[in-house]
Design a protein around this ligand. Structure first.
Ligand code: FES
Ligand code: MG
Length: 576
């Protein structure tokens, strides 16, 4: 399919000559005001460059420059680039969690693309929630679009050790709490954990989601592992701008790429990468915007068909730069060709098969062969049981394997602050066998389902050498975290899910092999506690939070807003 200039969406705004009317005359006059000549933009695809750059976002701080490279590529290919600053969701700084604002960025993305003279888009981002947010919004508008991943930061360094952002922060903080390192070491670590702009360079949430975007076929092949500060990243950005222009002319819209097959391949990819549990929520939400019902059962089913083949932290040894030089995602996907849908298109090639042709693994310790897999099955297991009737997840490959079948007494914390305040109190007499339970940390209760799921192990147990315990919550967990942490329990406790009924001392059984999580109390006791339960007060009286509270869906359906997730048409604006 080939689009003619008069068929461009932006032509409705710009038109040409007197016949196109007063509005087009005004839009042309205002584009002169912007400093552009008619021949620089008329009849050319307008490419919106959505930039999530901000001074507060270390993962995106290089994107202001990178947007220039994207624009260069757009001009080069005969398009007209216009940059739009959009919300920045900084995983580190935004509280209570950027998850509260993922859907806000998705709305902003959708409405900007819809309301302005835009023919195609380049989406720049990568820090955790940004990738799903941009793609959810863009999928809802369904224009041609290219996702430019922000790229991982350089590997961290401390003395003679290589550090992973996030992962080694948790590790060394625990070492400090256990009395093994002090102020001097911490000050040095502060300088070495995150050495350059870019997203976390472990296989955390950011790298998992940018890999998913590449697997979906909406980023250029190999783009997701290019280090943020590598010159190759700038070249990739320019090529992405050019590609966006070509996509507009060819008429290839996101809906032609984001099919059920593509989402299943993205699921297989993140599971084989041993990626972040957050991907479960985000991919379900993204698929929903493409009109596809992806479920927890899809994850569990696909998990049983793919081994973990990426030897990357937090589950393995290496970092994203190693993965890049080992061949990156194209090489990685050659290991999964038996489960992938190779005949589907991507932004770069007519078929995924063609895209993977010639890709080679250069380091078989980083990208493993199947018979050297890090785990025989995909990295996330979906649990069911009376504590999680709508499901829960555990990243079992990043847990102490001893704990994957465990029964122990519950130690319940009603909220995160209480837990923080009391967890180290020896009077609680927590033992390594206890099951730590945190509630009111879900989508509504958190609010925003913060990454509280890796509950801290009490100081006194750390000093005894304990490094993992079974922990359960309706929260999420950082993709760089690890441990026997059951997450995303649905429905959440704040709305009266079963987690709300647990009391300290109740026995709980986790059995990952059986995919179950069970609370052992009698039916009568269950009924009695349920009848006694009263709903906590609403978190927000007004503002965005009130909208969030009214519309947010549960973890098993992706935490989208109900009014954004539901099917239905949105008319294109009348450009008169
Ligand atoms: Fe931004 Fe990890 S904090 S990707
Ligand atoms: Mg993270």
């Amino acid at each position: 399919m080939t689009v003619r200039p008069e068929e461009l969406r932006s032509h409705q705004w710009y038109g040409s000559g007197i016949a196109s009317g007063l509005r087009s005359f005004s839009h042309r006059a205002r584009t002169r005001q912007l400093g552009y000549l008619p021949e620089e933009h008329l009849g050319k695809p307008v490419i919106a460059v959505l930039n999530t750059w901000s001074d507060i976002n270390p993962c995106h701080v290089h994107l202001r420059e990178r947007a220039q490279a994207v624009k260069r590529g757009v001009w080069q290919a005969g398009g007209f680039p216009l940059e739009f600053p959009v919300s920045t969701l900084s995983e580190t700084f935004q509280k209570p969690t950027p998850m509260l604002y993922r859907n806000m960025l998705a709305m902003e993305t959708e409405e900007l693309l819809r309301s302005y003279p835009v023919d195609g888009a380049v989406l720049l981002g990568g820090c955790d929630k940004t990738t799903p947010a941009l793609l959810m919004g863009a999928a809802s508008v369904d224009l041609p679009a290219v996702f430019v991943p922000a790229g991982p930061m350089l590997p961290g360094h401390w003395r003679d050790e290589v550090l992973g952002s996030g992962t080694d922060m948790w590790k060394y903080w625990d070492e400090m709490r256990a009395g093994l390192i002090g102020e001097t070491e911490l000050a040095e670590l502060e300088n070495g954990l995150a050495r350059s702009p870019g997203t976390c360079m472990t296989m955390g949430t950011a790298s998992t989601l940018t890999a998913a975007a590449e697997a979906l076929g909406v980023s250029l092949p190999g783009a997701s592992s290019i280090p943020a500060v590598d010159s190759g990243h700038e070249r990739m950005a320019a090529a992405s701008g050019s590609r966006a222009v070509e996509l507009v002319w060819s008429g290839l819209r996101l809906s032609q790429l984001l099919t059920r097959e593509a989402y299943e391949d993205a699921v297989a990819t993140v599971l084989a990468l041993g990626g972040s549990t957050n991907a479960v929520i985000h991919l379900i939400a993204m698929a929903g915007r493409s009109g596809i019902r992806l479920t927890l059962d899809d994850f569990d089913r696909i998990a049983r068909t793919v081994p973990v083949l990426a030897n990357l932290r937090p589950g393995g040894r290496y970092l994203m730069e190693d993965f890049h030089f080992a061949g990156g995602l194209p090489a990685f996907l050659t290991r999964l060709t038996d489960v992938l849908h190779l005949d589907r298109p991507t932004i770069a090639h007519t078929t995924l098969r063609e895209q993977l042709d010639g890709a080679l693994v250069h380091n078989p310790d980083v990208i493993r062969e199947r018979d050297e897999a890090l785990a025989p099955e995909g990295g996330v297991a979906v649990l069911r049981g009376n504590l999680c009737p709508d499901g829960a997840v555990i990243k079992h490959i990043a847990a102490d394997q001893r704990l994957l079948k465990h029964t122990g007494p519950a130690m319940v914390f009603d909220d995160y602050r209480t837990m923080q305040r009391t967890i180290n109190d020896p009077a609680l007499a927590i033992t390594p066998d206890h099951v730590l339970v945190l509630r009111n940390a879900g989508p509504k209760g958190g609010p925003g389902m913060p990454e509280y799921g890796m509950l801290p192990i009490p100081d006194y147990l750390l000093k005894q050498g304990v490094r993992d315990m079974v922990r359960i919550s309706d929260a999420r967990m950082s993709g760089t975290s690890y441990g026997a942490c059951v997450l995303h329990i649905a429905p959440e406790s704040y709305i009266g899910g079963p987690l709300a009924l647990v009391r300290t001392g109740d026995p709980i059984t986790l059995d990952v092999e059986a995919r179950s999580l069970h609370l052992h109390i009698t039916d009568e006791e269950w009924q009695r506690r349920a009848a006694e339960w009263t709903a906590p007060p609403e978190r927000f009286g007004r503002g965005y939070g009130a909208l969030y509270n009214e519309q947010i869906t549960q973890a098993d359906t992706g935490c989208d807003f109900a009014f954004l997730a539901r099917p239905g048409e949105v008319p294109d604006p009348y450009v008169g």
